[in-house]
Design a protein around this ligand. Structure first.
Ligand SMILES: Nc1ncnc2c1ncn2[C@@H]1O[C@H](COP(=O)(O)OP(=O)(O)OP(=O)(O)O)[C@@H](O)[C@H]1O
Length: 522
């Protein structure tokens, strides 16, 4: 331990256990976090990371085990106890009100009656001193995802915590925003703060973290120094076996293939003051290819997904064509009947009904398109067929769960994502549109999902993937287009696309400056 106390143990967890039904989500977990360290918590989907941090933050009660804070045994019965001790948490899903300002949102989470002007001044000072500039009077609805995350971080820092828990903080950030966040975290470490950092991005863990605890199936399988590991060796520790690299054979003669999804001059007025208009978007996705859409969150990707999937109808029937049929005025189900599949970004509530079992979720999303398979005479549900399909998807996608057919909400985030993608892939759709296919998914499962999307395309489907993860898009796409400010650039072929060009377009560079060799849309 050094003179300033850094290096001493701040948090010691011994034998912490949490049981759900018959499943030990955390099974005798040991974890030690020192003062002034950034400690990574790693593990594949369902390994028990969220369960562990929920116990540390007082939102879940352990069955057994001990938590020591600065050497004293403590019982963290609620988040307010955690905050009083000095434990702060920045959640993966933001809990901010869009119609309120940043400062008003912060005020809501503070127990006292501090005037807004005081909070705003403090928030602004903190935000600048940590290199995360924020206008406290800006409306949350007008802010990008990265800016919203800053509010969450500032809100957490205002409580002056000694330990800050961050749950997958960079999954929603651009590379530049992530770099900024790393600088902030390094600064906090230099001040003697400790950080518990959950991430599936192993390269950034290597770059940032001083120590790592790796979990598998609820148990700790390794305490290691990530700087001494490679991304591959960390993945191996998490998964217990090798993670296979994604293989993408180039496509030949794609220009001659049939355009299964065509988007023609798609425009949309903003539906709310906070949504982005879509401006004259045209794109063709052909049988056999994967096209990626890159872009910083909030540039129209959500609105585009709604328009193409049929959540919002177009005035012009021809603005969306699926397998040659005008689909712009068709409902989601009618578009699905034409052979299209859509996987939205939000999993719970949007991609799946949380309180329904997996089999019920499957039936709900597919009874119209697979009527013959799932409905018998007189409209009776063929439960055995639904169950068989559910179990097939679970096996194919390696969905880990605590019961044979649990409610969707009881699955860890990544496992639910695997199920939802598997549910759509299982239909072998002719057109597949996915928004953030591997958000929150571990390295092994992400490789599996990516490979499945490539194979779907190579077997003759048209695949369109919206993602903020540029590495992912470069891994799977045959061409990449960029969405910025409601406009879509022309797709750059893989020969032409570089990180730099795509990054420039994401930042709003004029397409003419970077895409002179781009493919013409159909
Ligand atoms: N409320 C609950 N009821 C039943 N089972 C649960 C509940 N919450 C979590 N589980 C189960 O506990 C296990 C651990 O889940 P947890 O969310 O902690 O995993 P994780 O490591 O955070 O995963 P991910 O990376 O996907 O977020 C999973 O098998 C999950 O299905």
């Amino acid at each position: 331990m050094s003179a300033d106390g850094s290096g001493a143990n701040l948090l010691e967890v011994r034998g912490l256990t949490k049981i759900f039904g018959t499943l030990k989500a955390c099974d005798g977990v040991d974890l030690t976090i020192r003062k002034g360290e950034i400690h990574a918590l790693l593990g594949e989907n369902g390994a028990g990371k969220s369960t562990l941090v929920k116990m540390l933050f007082g939102s879940l009660e352990p069955h057994s085990g001990e938590i020591r804070w600065n050497g004293q045994a403590v019982k963290i019965g609620s988040p307010s106890v955690a905050k009083k001790l000095g434990i702060g948490m920045v959640f993966q899903h933001f809990s901010l009100f869009e119609a309120l300002s940043a400062a008003e949102n912060i005020a809501l989470s503070l127990a006292d009656q501090t005037p807004i002007a005081t909070i705003a001044a403090k928030a602004q000072a903190l935000s600048y001193s940590y290199g995360l500039p924020l206008d406290p009077y800006s409306l949350v609805g007008d802010l990008s995802v990265g800016e919203r995350q800053r509010i969450e971080i500032i809100r957490c820092l205002l409580q002056n915590p000694d330990l800050i828990i961050l749950d997958e903080p960079t999954s929603v950030l651009t590379p530049q925003e992530a770099d900024r966040l790393f600088e902030t975290l390094e600064r906090l470490r230099a001040e003697g703060k400790s950080i518990l950092y959950i991430s599936h991005r192993l390269e950034e863990v290597k770059r940032l973290c001083d120590a790592a605890t790796v979990m598998r199936h609820g148990k700790v399988v390794a305490h290691t120094d990530p700087r001494q590991e490679t991304a591959a060796s960390l993945a191996r520790l998490m998964v217990g076996s090798e993670v296979h690299a994604v293989v993408r054979a180039p496509v030949e003669g794609i220009e001659k293939a049939e355009a299964l999804l065509e988007i023609r001059h798609l425009s949309r007025r903003p539906a709310t003051p906070f949504s982005m208009p879509l401006k004259d978007i045209s794109l063709a996705v052909r049988a056999g290819e994967v096209i990626g859409i890159a872009g910083v969150a909030g540039n129209g990707q959500g609105e585009f997904f709604e328009a193409v999937s049929g959540e919002v109808l177009q005035d012009e029937a021809d603005a969306i064509r699926i397998r040659g049929n005008s689909a712009g005025r068709l409902s989601i189900t009618s578009r699905r009947m034409l052979g299209a599949a859509f996987v939205p970004e939000e999993r719970l509530g949007h991609g799946a009904a949380p309180l329904m079992k997996l089999s019920e979720n499957l039936f709900l999303s597919r009874y119209a398109t697979d009527r013959k398979v799932f409905l018998g005479a007189g409209g009776l549900v063929k439960e055995s067929a639904v169950d068989a399909a559910t179990q097939r998807i679970v096996e194919e996608m390696d969905v880990r769960k605590s019961a044979r057919d649990p409610e969707a909400a009881a699955l860890s985030g990544g496992n639910l994502q695997k199920f939802i993608i598997g549910r759509e892939l299982d239909r072998r759709p002719a057109v597949m549109l996915v928004n953030q296919p591997t958000w929150g998914v571990d390295a092994g499962a992400a490789a599996k999902i990516r490979q499945s999307l490539i194979e779907l395309a190579r077997n003759g489907s048209a695949v369109l993937v919206i993602s903020q993860d540029l590495d992912e898009l470069f891994e799977i796409s045959d061409a990449i287009a960029v969405m910025h400010n409601g406009e879509l650039s022309r797709p750059l072929s893989r020969a032409e696309a570089t990180f730099e060009k795509i990054g420039l377009l994401m930042g709003g560079a004029e397409p003419g400056h970077v895409d002179h060799d781009a493919r013409e849309p159909a």
